[in-house]
Design a protein around this ligand. Structure first.
Ligand code: MLC
Length: 472
């Protein structure tokens, strides 16, 4: 098997020990050479081993964009333990559901009263505790590297199991297809609790020996300043970020980049064209999902076609519709996940004979590039984050005064799709609903707008006709 991700890191750090490997931009910029990262990650891995964390153990990790948190995440992977990233801004309910499901040995997270009482907590980073001698970087392909939670349709989160072989295959595909080299410097302001920011941007770029600069939040002005100041060559974005850069008339800052990639949500054609008109940069759009990692991409050297996600990456098989037709996309790839943690039925619904059911409806354009034209699953993508309507509807049904409710995604220039709740109920109190939702779910899942409606549209069988609600 090709090198695992941690083997790639240590190889890259050893090859260029004194070069800057990582820079974390928060209040200040904190910089780490390859040598420093190799040392610090080994040290934290040894501390974790001393505390009883062993290869194969699950470690919940609060994905702060800080040096301590990032170094700790790398250490967990080097130790061969399974990294389970969670968002810093999760609600207590969301956090508890993950903890209950994954049952970790330790959580590298801020302790919240009552949440995860059974779990041992420690803050990320060096504690100057004792260390245990332990072998590092010896995970094998079949071993799990990550369990990454998605909300799923029921609100009960599903942990997608991603193996070392999955990420090793992804690393080869991305590094070769996008030509990532140690000469590259990547800037990312993506959150680190998802595949895009954590695996594709941070971890695979480190594996290629590229310098990685991460920013702890996205601000169009600060971000475009960093492109120049940090001599950045590549960046990965979601369309909402490009939209903000455009709104602030800062697109020209993208001109010097060797490569700018967009993903996690569809990139509108007019935004693609605006970026090119103002910067000369033809954005490389690609397609992926947590369960498959990235499988389709526009080419680095060939034609990048606006409104398409491109062609199968090397080693990926796609089950595609015939010319002129639309059908659900199925994907087979060495990057397809190992199933949902402890959820064989949910796994069987999407994975059969190595083929992953994407839930996305696609067609081919005139040149055989894949165009995502719809979804067979109920999903809203807001600013690159996935929101499942039924999770939010279930919680809203618990709000006094709501007799019936439907949550839909409404087209939005700012977010791609915005979460909107249609509510039936004479006594509905919007302020109360907002208060309760702020308590229960992450900010991006909360309805941005509540619209009162006399009755929800249903067909003769009582099934909700969501498409009738998706208007502006
Ligand atoms: C933030 N807010 C959102 C939101 N992001 N609301 C809806 N949808 C979103 N995506 C909330 C904030 O919490 C805040 O709430 C309010 O909106 C305004 O915040 P802001 O400051 O304007 O937004 P910001 O925090 O700058 O976030 C915008 C963003 C962020 C684009 C940087 O959404 C983001 O990081 N998106 C990336 C998502 C991503 O990485 N997805 C990868 C999934 S992996 P309040 O209440 O405080 O006012 C995957 C596989 C693949 O899908 O193929 O990549």
């Amino acid at each position: 098997m090709a090198s695992t991700l941690p083997q790639r890191w240590v190889g890259a750090w050893a090859a260029q020990p004194l070069r800057e490997a990582l820079c974390v931009h928060g209040e200040q910029a904190e910089r780490f050479t390859g040598e420093a990262l190799a040392h610090l990650t080994a040290r934290i891995a040894q501390e974790l081993a001393h505390e009883g964390v062993a290869a194969g153990d699950r470690v919940v990790w609060e994905a702060a964009i800080s040096s301590e948190a990032i170094v700790s995440a790398l250490a967990v992977i080097r130790l061969g333990a399974v990294l389970v990233p969670v968002a810093t801004f999760q609600s207590d309910l969301e956090r508890q559901r993950v903890l209950d499901d994954v049952d970790p040995v330790v959580a590298l997270a801020t302790k919240r009263p009552g949440v995860g009482d059974k779990v041992r907590h420690r803050t990320a980073g060096l504690l100057n505790t004792a260390v245990a001698e332990v072998e590092l970087d010896c995970a094998q392909g079949d071993d799990l590297a990550f369990i990454i939670y998605t909300s799923g349709t029921t609100g009960v989160p599903k942990g997608a199991m991603v193996s070392h072989a999955n990420v090793a295959a992804q690393a080869s595909m991305i590094i070769d297809s996008w030509g990532i080299t140690p000469e590259d410097r990547l800037l990312s302001a993506l959150p680190l609790f998802h595949v895009h920011g954590l695996i594709v941007a941070l971890m695979i770029s480190l594996g290629a020996g590229a310098g990685v600069v991460v920013a702890d939040r996205f601000d169009a002005g600060a971000f475009t300043d960093l492109l120049g100041v940090e001599a950045i060559t590549t960046t990965y974005l979601v369309p909402t970020m490009l939209q903000r850069i455009a709104e602030n008339s800062l697109l020209r800052a993208l001109s010097p980049l060797r490569l700018a990639v967009s993903g996690s949500a569809p990139l509108p054609k007019d935004l693609f064209e605006a970026v090119e008109a103002h910067s000369g940069q033809r954005i490389l759009e690609r397609y992926g999902m947590t369960e498959t990692l990235l499988t389709i991409s526009n080419p680095l050297d060939g034609e990048r076609r606006a409104g398409t996600v491109g062609l199968a990456l090397p080693g990926v098989e796609l089950r595609l519709p015939a010319d002129g037709e639309e059908a659900e996309l199925f994907v087979k790839s060495p990057t397809v996940f190992q199933g949902y943690w402890n959820k064989p039925e949910a796994t069987a619904e999407v994975l059969a004979d190595g083929w992953m059911r994407s839930g996305d409806i696609v067609r081919l354009d005139a040149k055989g590039y894949v165009v995502v034209c719809g979804r067979s699953k109920e999903l809203i993508i807001s600013g690159g984050f996935n929101v499942y309507p039924s999770e939010i509807e279930d919680l809203l049904r618990g709000v006094a005064g709501i007799a019936d409710v439907a949550v839909v995604g409404v087209a939005s220039e700012r977010w791609g799709e915005a979460v909107v709740a249609y509510v039936v109920g004479d006594d509905f109190d919007e302020a109360q609903a907002r208060l309760q939702m702020a308590e229960l779910v992450s900010p991006y899942k909360r309805p941005q707008e509540y619209r009162k409606i006399a009755e929800l549209p249903r067909n003769a069988l009582g099934k909700l006709q969501r498409h009738l609600l998706r208007g502006p």
